[in-house]
Design a protein around this ligand. Sequence first.
Ligand SMILES: Cc1cc2nc3c(=O)[nH]c(=O)nc-3n(C[C@H](O)[C@H](O)[C@H](O)COP(=O)(O)OP(=O)(O)OC[C@H]3O[C@@H](n4cnc5c(N)ncnc54)[C@H](O)[C@@H]3O)c2cc1C
Length: 566
Amino acid sequence: MPYRAPVSEFSFLLENVVGFSAVQDTQRFAEATTDTVTAVLTEAGKMCDEVMAPLQRNGDLHPARLENGVVRSSPGFAEGYKAISDGGWVAITADPEYGGMGLPVVISTAVNEMMSGACLSLQLNPLLTQGQIEALEHHASDEIKALYLPKLISGEWSGTMNLTEPQAGSDVGALSSKAEDNGDGTYAITGQKIFISWGDADFVENVCHLVLARLPGAPAGTKGISLFLVPKFIPDAAGNPGVANSLKVVSLEHKMGLHGSPTCVMSYEGATGWMIGAPGSGMKAMFTMMNNARLGVGGQGVGAAEGAYQHALAFANERKQGKSPFDTIIGHADVRRMLATMKAEIFAARAIALDCAISIDMGRATGEAEWDARAAFLTPIAKAFSTDIGCEVSEMGVQVHGGMGYVEESGAAQFYRDVRVTAIYEGTNGIQAMDMVGRKLMDGGEAAARLLDEIEADAEAAKGALPELAGAVWEAAETLRETTEWLVAQPMAERFGTAVPYLRAFARVLGGHYHLRAAMADPDGAHGRIARYYITRLLPEHAGLLGHVRAGEAELMEISPDDLAA
Ligand SMILES: Cc1cc2nc3c(=O)[nH]c(=O)nc-3n(C[C@H](O)[C@H](O)[C@H](O)COP(=O)(O)OP(=O)(O)OC[C@H]3O[C@@H](n4cnc5c(N)ncnc54)[C@H](O)[C@@H]3O)c2cc1C
């Protein structure tokens, strides 16, 4: 079944669930009226349905390949990318001074998700460019901004992020690429980077790499890392791509999925680069890109889940098997359970991502630190929960298809293979959870408590209309509050073994909160019924997860490597 971008669902969420009107009420985003936003989402959705979705299988069946050192993209990707850049979809939040539209992040979160659902491997390209634009907007000199931002924003050039090296994956501080001062304002970058997504593309004039490297004598670890902008072609005085830089794509990885996205081994051989930000502050600058990318990758998880769901729903409506009141397998209770779970989980994950984006917008529009803290707290949840849901929903999509799900021809397996990496890249989901129980609780749990206050206040207000649902959400939030207070009292080093269940429990409760809001807005409609399903059947998982958290990590770490081998 062809993908259909869920435009009306976004409108429902923005209006009834995630409080978009607060963003519209700010001076900065006053122009993001409901009519404008609807027009933007409708237009983007059309491009996703008509141009990007038909490319999804091409990427899988005809992977990107390396030909004489140049990446050749999958058939149709160049035309697909042209539609993305011509439509202005590469960077709708970017600064209008450099050609962007200055729209709220929540709108680009929706557009990114729709593009991911249509064709994940192609969407990864502009997603990386968006992150680079944001990093340059915040940390580059005016000269670099003037030269690079218009080209990146228009999509004429694309951007990559280069952190990973063979010995430096999650531990970025172990990287060893070097940068030496050329004495003319530029640096010579030398080293090997692995797993670089879209390290080259044949549909853009230039590929701009943001590369982490060390200056001579820099301290070990993350403090000694600086960030450099290293273009494939060095721009001439007029800003056009000039001479080729000393860098190359050595090879492409053969992967489980996401075949349309070239994953490159890159070699920098004294390549000319420009420092972005101050020496030693590379991780800070890269974090601007990574935070943007984390939310973006969360959106990839939701998008892929939506694509897989639509595919499974269409199959369930057609496949006849056994006696069913609807003549097809959608009449069977277990198939209905799978589809309802998929839909309810997508709703929760999507709402978390949109709410995180709204917090970013509100932080930018008001300058209030509480919004920034809220966004920072929600970011690892938006990344990890949404990508876990992407994996779980697309796996369930395979199950709905029965044997055909295991046969590539049905297309169900591709969603699972493609989305699987989203739980790994941009910081594995385990690392996201550690960030949450570590840095994000360093405020003594204040940001978490404020969110729980919101959830409980909302549930209180809903008790009159929907007492059972509201009561369940209130109780869940209260249990989570008690566990959060307990967790904050634990030594940092002892929180990590329970980080993943804690993150998931928080996401579960947030999901209950958003579903409750949806049920209040549409009590007798589909949203109300899906909310009831989520709150009565999926939300209770939080109690088991919190039990896991409260058990601490002593017993876990008592299991020795020898025990595991026994
Ligand atoms: C398809 C693909 C595209 C990618 N694109 C890019 C890109 O564009 N740019 C880029 O720079 N990188 C990219 N990456 C790299 C990606 O970000 C890393 O693979 C990821 O950060 C994990 O690093 P690693 O593979 O070295 O795994 P490792 O760090 O070796 O991790 C292995 C396991 O150990 C766990 N682990 C590691 N350290 C800890 C710890 N301290 N505490 C608890 N658990 C830990 C991890 O969670 C994981 O489960 C890409 C990877 C893939 C597969």
